[in-house]
Design a protein around this ligand. Structure first.
Ligand code: NAD
Ligand code: TDX
Length: 332
């Protein structure tokens, strides 16, 4: 039994990871989360008290972080400002949480000698052309495009420097686009599902030819656990599940699975600097750590996700109106 500290555990992937740990290990989880607009305590409500506790707080709060690091064996760092569109509107919270927050945690990891896993994104590598046969690997040069991805790249580089300079026992993972339950309605897939549930039309940015490499959040969780258990200190692992899809196809599948006309969506203003394509080569994770994805049928995963949003309107409804007002103001 290990004592784990999960930052950002009230967010989408952090809550999926916490459920995954409680279901698949004997470990105890402490979640540290600031409960920003993206945090939702009800995502954790079914967890048993003897396996889990929740602490509300900011990862930049050095004394709180210090006291929590003194009580745990390992830290898994998910907390971030995570939405590209928000980062184009106001980059500052991304600098604060993604860069200064990660710095605060690394300093505590250094003081306490705690094992640290940093969760990052494939967006640090920039984007690929649609007709480029290559995919991102652990040696692809960093080339981030947005305020969000540049702050995640900054945090990755801080982790690498703290490993090399101070001997912090850290690993990094860079994962592709996640989908599944508990994802905020600002993100692409839940936004379209909840639009259809409300009788609104899905909204496609620009031409919709942009490609994302989809992975179920539970597969991301099992990969992070594999890295925590068997990853080599100081190394980076890319996480992906061969899930490339263009945005137009994803919207059409959602509409079809929900019994609607596949063309019943609107084209809206494109995202500034919109990355064209992300694609992960997960060979290292598979061959060195023996990981494989469980959710290999995207349609089945999407159908289960649609069912989850249909059955959990009370989870997403409180955020829907303010999210749509934000988009409407930008013509999206
Ligand atoms: P999310 O926005 O759903 O959740 C982020 C959580 O962090 C929220 O609960 C929020 O309250 C918390 N938080 C924010 N600032 C904080 C602070 N200063 N102190 C403490 N808590 C704070 O994000 P997500 O989609 O679950 O992403 C989690 C991590 O995974 C991020 O680091 C993100 O970069 C990375 N990632 C996400 C994806 C994806 O597809 N969503 C893909 C690859 C990597
Ligand atoms: O309404 C929409 N219509 C649309 O066409 C929205 C919200 C998005 N899009 C497009 C933009 C992207 O090409 O869909 C694609 C996915 O958009 P997001 O869900 O905003 O994800 P993305 O910008 O790709 O970033 C996500 O994956 C990598 C996460 O938000 C990041 O946290 C993660 O690092």
């Amino acid at each position: 039994m290990r004592r784990l500290l999960v930052t950002g555990g009230a967010g989408f992937i952090g809550s999926n990871f916490t459920h995954h740990i409680v279901a698949n290990t004997e470990d105890h989880v402490t979640v540290l989360d600031k409960l920003t607009y993206a945090g939702n305590l009800s995502s954790l409500q079914s967890l048993p008290d003897n396996r889990f506790r929740f602490i509300e707080g900011d990862i930049r709060d050095m004394s709180l972080v210090d006291s929590l690091f003194a009580q745990v064996d390992a830290v898994i760092h998910f907390a971030a400002e995570s939405h590209n569109d928000n980062s184009l509107h106001d980059p500052w919270p991304f600098i604060e949480t993604n860069i200064l927050g990660t710095y605060t945690l690394l300093e505590a990891a250094r003081r306490h000698g705690v094992r640290f896993h940093h969760v990052s994104t494939d967006e640090v590598y920039g984007d690929l052309e649609l007709d480029d046969p290559s995919r991102f690997t652990e040696s692809t040069p960093y080339n981030p495009s947005s305020p969000y991805s540049s702050t995640k790249a900054s945090s990755d580089l801080l982790v690498r420097a703290w490993v090399r300079s101070f001997g912090v026992r850290a690993t990094i993972s860079n994962c592709s686009n996640n989908y599944g339950p508990y994802q905020h309605v600002e993100k692409f897939i839940p936004r379209q599902i909840t639009n259809v549930l409300r009788g609104e039309r899905p909204k496609l940015y620009g031409s919709g030819e942009n490609v994302r490499d989809w992975i179920h959040a539970d597969d991301h969780s099992s990969a992070v656990l594999a890295i925590l258990d068997r990853g080599q200190i100081g190394e980076t692992y890319l996480i992906g599940a061969d899930g490339e899809q263009d945005n137009r196809s994803v919207i059409e599948r959602i509409l079809t699975l929900m019994g609607q006309d596949a063309k019943a969506y609107d084209h809206v203003a494109d995202r500034a600097g919109h990355d064209l394509r992300y694609a992960i080569d997960p060979t290292r994770l598979r061959t060195e750590l023996g990981w494989s994805a469980k959710f290999r049928d995207f349609d089945a995963g999407l159908a289960a996700t649609i069912d989850w949003y249909r059955e959990n309107e009370s989870w997403w409804a409180p955020s829907k109106d303010s999210t749509e007002r934000f988009y409407a103001a930008k013509g999206q």
